[in-house]
Design a protein around this ligand. Structure first.
Ligand code: SME
Length: 160
């Protein structure tokens, strides 16, 4: 493992332990804990510029914006199938977008966003929501981000 890979791994391992700490703090509401996780990831990973959660809106075939850190977005409700988030609600699979300008089915939040990654959150095998990250850097996400965010979603799933 080269030194660069080691440093990234250390940061991800450290952040995972912090997320576990935040999630375990039953004195805070779930909403606040999710917000703190957004803050943590946005502050510690240079290419995570917008970090937020979307959740299924009751029984409706749509996602509702949850806690987030970053520029406000118009996309507070996203119908299933629409945009990157809406597609993940249907596919149940991670969606990594290295270059958003190459996507047809994409909902733009800000002109400065270049890339996006969305990873679903499962509770008892059901896709109940997702973590969504926007980046101002083109093609910043690797399989390490996917594994990291899958682990984060698994930890978070325990309080949802
Ligand atoms: N770009 C997303 C919409 C949500 S924002 O990134 C906050 C999409 O295409 O679904």
């Amino acid at each position: 493992m080269d030194i660069f890979t080691k440093i990234i791994k250390m940061n991800f391992d450290y952040l995972k332990s912090k997320v576990t700490e935040i999630v375990s703090n039953a004195n805070e509401t779930v909403e606040n804990r999710l917000y703190q996780i957004c803050e943590l990831l946005e502050a510690n990973i240079p290419y995570y510029d917008w970090v937020g959660f979307y959740f299924r809106n009751g029984d409706k075939e749509e996602l509702k914006l949850g806690p987030y850190v970053g520029e406000p977005t118009d996309h507070t409700i996203i119908p299933f199938g629409q945009g990157i988030c809406g597609q993940v609600a249907v596919s149940n699979k991670n969606f990594v977008v290295p270059d958003v300008s190459a996507q047809d089915n994409y909902l733009a939040c800000s002109i400065s966003v270049k890339a996006e990654i969305v990873v679903p959150i499962f509770v008892n095998g059901h896709n109940i929501g997702q973590i969504d990250i926007d980046s101002k850097t083109t093609d910043p996400f690797s399989d390490k981000d996917e594994r990291f965010l899958e682990d984060i979603c698994e930890i978070i799933g325990k309080i949802l």
